[in-house]
Design a protein around this ligand. Sequence first.
Ligand code: UD1
Length: 369
Amino acid sequence: MTSLKTVLHVVGARPNFMKIAPILRAAETRGEWRNMLVHTGQHYDAEMSDAFFRDLEMPAPDIHLGIGSGTHGAQTARVLEAMEQVLLTHAPDMVVVVGDVNSTLAAALAAAKMLIPVAHVEAGLRSGDRRMPEELNRILTDQLSSLCLIPSRDAEPNLRREGIPDERIRFVGNVMIDSLLHAMDRARALDTLERFQLQPKGFFLATLHRPSNVDDRDQLEEILSGLRTLAEETPVVLPLHPRTRARIEEFSLDTNGLQITEPLGYHEILQLQEQARLVLTDSGGIQEETTVLGVPCLTLRSSTERPITVTDGTNMLVPERSRSKILMAVNLLLSNLSIPRRPEGWDGVAAERIVRAIADFLSERVGKA
Ligand code: UD1
């Protein structure tokens, strides 16, 4: 009798949790291998991590590395070193990484160096902007991966261009949307709107955390000034990422008139997204969620690794984030609403396709052994 194989799943930061949750569920249902969950601890605050485990009904991690914050080099190196020990101890047959955070790259590198195959969920997304730390993480993680699991068809030419052979690429669709569709009933049942005294479609939701928006004082002030002007007529809710809160305090910036909150839970932010008149964000995931919810989204960035949300969805880029350009973009988007198309494979069952791809990969390896 052969012993059960082990698949080790890695999460580190907030946007990873809603991608791994449905994969773990589907893998457990399939029941063909043992699943282990490692949390690197890149995000560690209760609202950035614990709340998401609870909301997403995820099992507690089998291993918590407690990496915490640091410079990019230090954070990546700490995950690399700690993951190597985990892999030596548990010798999994495959490592699953998601997204583009520092933990993703570090875990993929640790595994690939030990000849443990890596499956990368959300492979092939490219913004074309190498100044974004996430872009470097994406490119390098895909190079290290034996299975590049792509969320949309436009990812395929990106991978080909970087020399990734066809047999490593598999279209699976967008697993974030599995979590979204699973969560919407609970999200709609919450009283978040009442709690913030908001009317359906009567407010703007804003989220900000990219270094390119928040680490530069003048840039951050331009965006806040745009939001303060919008808030003179329509409430603006701004849940604050810890990085953004720290910068606002450090630069002593004015947030008067804005409804500032702590980072919100998964269901709360989904309710606010669905009910917002328009969302302003620099998040990757929110561009996708608003496209599926059919809510207009302004992405305060010069590029996006998710162009399908612009061509098919509700997203519009605001490359120049000055107060006046932001206000113009809000007016333009609100007066030109189009009916979004939901991209192929954003259908709530991407996790089944991911698990099937992993199963095929593992059984082919048995065949070759
Ligand atoms: C990371 C990801 C980014 C993702 C974002 C979502 C990388 C390179 N970036 O950026 O892709 O969109 O998460 O949130 O991996 N902090 C806390 N508590 C926490 C987590 C962070 O206080 O639980 C503070 C720390 O002071 C830290 C700062 O926030 O220095 C930034 O955290 P970090 O994980 O380095 O990057 P993010 O900006 O969150």
